[in-house]
Design a protein around this ligand. Structure first.
Ligand SMILES: [Mg+2]
Length: 299
């Protein structure tokens, strides 16, 4: 197979930087670090988490694996992606992976091609979780010049772990959102039209009806904040805040954090989409020095 020649590596780099910043920032608001009342008060008052090191989690680890495959092959090679996910999990399983990945990824380590039989039997009908959506924004940025290609590559990247149509649709939606962000064309109705039919798309259509003067916590109440860890419960709100604050990564992340819930993942999605356009150049140094480095050429 010939590698696909479209590659906006600079946009993908901006996106992974935004994604990892959102992931590491969002993780700080979990009850493990702050009980919810304190978290909500600090987010409202825009009090930056004082800890010197914000570690990124599985969202970033898996996004880096996606980028590794794109760097090696120029497109998604599913067996190689399964291997890279398994290797990342094996290298550091303590990154906050969900239960399904703790079951699936060790089984893929000796036999990456087994994703074909194992992923569809994960949960009933395959995972419809938000894990394929949380890692895919840089892929959307990479292929931003061709939206059909973005959708096809996002689907391939999702199927390795998330066989359920809603898990796939979440990934397609976030990748296309990142591509539209790079192109300066991000909008909820447009994105919904480019997302496969189902609950994720229905959620995006509902999000398109939520006015931007709505408080983010209220929007999260209406659209879901990832608490159910499903793509359809996660993606619409994360995209809504991305559109609300396109062009301002820091305010986008604060607004997303206001929704709490699966907040590392909602912030990773928002950060990957907004960051694909803005990068992190205007993010205060106090944020950037706290985020754990990515390593390699992505920092
Ligand atoms: Mg995570």
């Amino acid at each position: 197979m010939t590698a696909i020649r479209i590659a906006d590596r600079a946009a993908a780099r901006r996106s992974i930087q935004g994604l990892s910043l959102g992931d590491a920032f969002g993780e700080r608001w979990f009850p493990l670090f702050r009980e919810p009342v304190r978290a909500a008060a600090e987010i409202r008052s825009r009090t930056l988490p004082a800890e010197p090191d914000w570690h990124w989690t599985d969202d970033t680890a898996m996004a880096l694996a996606v980028l590794r495959v794109l760097d090696e092959h120029g497109e998604i090679d599913q067996d190689r992606l399964a291997a890279c996910f398994a290797l990342a999990h094996d290298a550091d399983a303590g990154r906050g992976y969900g239960h399904g990945m703790h079951v699936l990824l060790p089984a893929l380590l000796p036999a990456p091609g087994d994703w074909r039989t194992l992923a569809p039997t994960l949960f009933e009908g395959g995972s419809l979780g938000n894990g394929a959506a949380m890692r895919v924004a840089p892929l959307g940025a990479w292929f931003a010049a061709d939206l059909d290609l973005v959708a096809r590559q996002a689907r391939l990247s999702a199927e390795v772990t998330h066989a359920h149509p809603e898990g796939v649709a979440g990934a397609v939606a976030v990748a296309v959102a990142a591509a539209l962000s790079v192109r300066g064309e991000l909008g909820l109705a447009r994105l919904a039209a480019l997302t496969p039919e189902g609950e994720v798309r229905d959620g995006l259509l509902r999000a398109a009806e939520v006015p931007f003067d709505t408080a983010p916590w209220r929007a999260a109440d209406l659209l879901g904040n990832g608490q159910r860890i499903r793509a359809a419960d996660t993606v619409p709100f994360a995209v809504w805040t991305a559109v609300r604050h396109a062009g301002d990564l820091v305010e986008a992340l604060w607004a997303t954090a206001e929704g709490l819930g699966d907040v590392d993942t909602t912030c990773a999605i928002t950060g990957g989409i907004v960051g694909a356009a803005t990068g992190v150049d205007r993010v205060p140094a106090a944020w950037l020095r706290r985020r754990e480095p990515l390593g390699g050429s992505w920092d």
